[in-house]
Write a protein that binds this ligand. Sequence first.
Ligand code: ATR
Length: 272
Amino acid sequence: MDSYLVYGNPIAQSKSPFIHQMFAQQCQQNIEYDKRCSTENEFTDEVHRFIANGGKGANVTAPFKEQAMQLSDELSVRAKAAGAVNTLSFSNNIIFGDNTDGVGLVNDLIDNNITLTGKSILLMGAGGAARGVIQPLLEQNPQQLIIVNRTLEKAKQLISHFNDERLSAISFEQTANINVDVIINATSASLSAKLPPLSVSAISPSTVCYDMVYGKELTPFLVWCADNNASKVIDGLGMLVGQAAESFYQWRGVRPDPKPVLLALREMLDKS
Ligand code: ATR
């Protein structure tokens, strides 16, 4: 049986084993998928040990995504653009690093009937989560992709990695002067139940608001957006399933349907 793992720290909360086991059942793939808590010092050795024991691939979550990029022999274009790896594939003595986070987000937006082509998108945050989704968002041909960050300099630095005139960097104060179609929260603010200092002017009744964070309840950001008449608010549970579906496809060559898995996870969250 082919073995897969997800590495992270913490990892106890990870839904990846549940998601991949459901995908495997759905696609009739005979795999095992486990989770492993690692440390900065041990991560690389642990991956090599897993390969030596016949491991076929691994997902990587915080805080090991940059280290996973370093240990990869080859990288996909999107992993290079993201500066981070969340999916490792092991074959023919090669460690191949990919990043499926951005495509997971884009596919979830598409599944929610949101078109990005020709749209103005505001991406909040300039850390790893934001960087991971920029290239896949640009591939949808938006009219513009504005990056807003508390530390403006970091947003400017981030867009300098991408040579694309549709990208711009602004401060939160400047969000008073914009009006966008889609707002994506890639800051870590929701993890500590904080609200990014976004101007309410950025939202109109046709604006869709997305938070990469998910939970039993809507995040404070999504509650705030709904209170300010956003057309739709969506949390990051679908992105989680979407990135997993793309990893599964990388490994197994079959594309699972994320919808039943998303429904099952939502039900689990509601009952928790
Ligand atoms: P990640 O890997 O999840 O992106 P990160 O690299 O630590 O984590 O980045 C966190 C991002 O969230 C940063 O863009 C940070 O803004 P600063 O660069 O100004 O620190 C942003 N962030 C965190 N808390 C925030 C808050 N309360 N309001 C707005 N932005 C916040």
